[in-house]
Design a protein around this ligand. Structure first.
Ligand code: MG
Length: 284
């Protein structure tokens, strides 16, 4: 199945992550989803088959499976540095092994993209820590390539410049970007629109999410808000996606699973905002 340009999507969860349930995606009528990986016990061939059947019945295409790990916490920015992704040294080997399993499970789902927050990449490009993170990313990319998959890095924890250096240093042709404009604001890593222009050639999937700046960017979190109500400027975001030639899905994220009714209502609102803007900007 090939999706038309800028098909709407929503970030979904089964038993982990901050997305909506597949049933909600179905009710919203979106043609695509990204999925937060289920926990290890849910990554079986039988579970994959059952999920694929549900997708087929709903007429929904799975465009990316996101990895996530036990022990990760987004409590505050220093905790993110300590706990997220493949960067923390203590869990690096076990998480690489798990990410490879997630890649295998993604293959069972017939999906050719895995995504992840790699963590806060060390800033000193001459350090051993940086070389170690580059090496582990190569190992992940090579495993994904074996599964005929691309790896999409979620943005936010790096500036656009640092992300470009990192991708170029990994030097694998299946490493790309899942661009999340709100994360740049929430983490205080830079204005999202110029960042998108800078890394545009690597952007292969995107999140449509909005946020407001912290009064201490990079020190404390900004605030995630409903699409269109934050500092991203969604119209300009879509215009820039057009400029860089992006034709993939527009996957809505609203990370308030603790309030499922509100989450659904705000995702629904985001679908109508994006539909209207797509009409204006893309003419379809
Ligand atoms: Mg995101």
């Amino acid at each position: 199945m090939t999706l038309p340009p800028w098909s709407l999507g929503v970030f979904t969860s089964i038993d982990a992550g901050l997305g909506v349930r597949l049933e909600v995606a179905r009710e919203l009528g979106v043609p695509s989803i990204q999925l937060h990986t289920p926990h290890a016990e849910g990554r079986t061939p039988a579970a994959a088959e059952a999920f694929l059947k549900k997708l087929e019945e709903a007429g929904i295409e799975l465009t990316c499976v996101f990895g996530g790990f036990e022990g990760e916490s987004y409590a505050d920015i220093p905790t993110v540095e300590r706990t997220i992704g493949l960067v923390p040294a203590e869990t690096r080997a076990s998480r690489l092994a798990e990410m490879k399993e997630i890649s295998d499970f993604t293959r069972l789902l017939g999906c050719s993209v895995i995504g992840l927050h790699v963590g806060v990449v060390p800033h000193d490009r001459n350090s051993k820590e940086y070389a170690d993170v580059i090496e582990i990313t190569r190992q992940l990319c090579d495993h994904a390539a074996y599964n005929e998959q691309n790896v999409h890095l979620e943005t936010g924890q790096e500036t656009a410049e640092a992300l470009l250096h990192y991708i170029e240093d990994v030097a694998r042709n299946n490493l790309f970007i899942n661009f999340d404009p709100a994360n740049m604001i929430l983490y205080g890593t830079g204005e999202p629109i110029p960042a998108l222009k800078l890394v545009g050639k690597y952007v292969r999937s995107v999140h449509c999410k909005d946020g407001t700046w912290s009064d201490q960017p990079g020190v404390t979190w900004g605030c995630e808000v409903p699409l269109g109500q934050g500092d991203v400027n969604i119209r300009e975001y879509l215009q820039t996606l057009k400029e860089i030639g992006y034709t993939g899905p527009l996957t809505i994220e609203r990370e308030i699973p603790q309030e499922p009714e509100r989450q659904k209502a705000e995702v629904l609102h985001a679908t109508s905002l994006l539909t209207q803007l797509r009409k204006e900007i893309l003419g379809s």
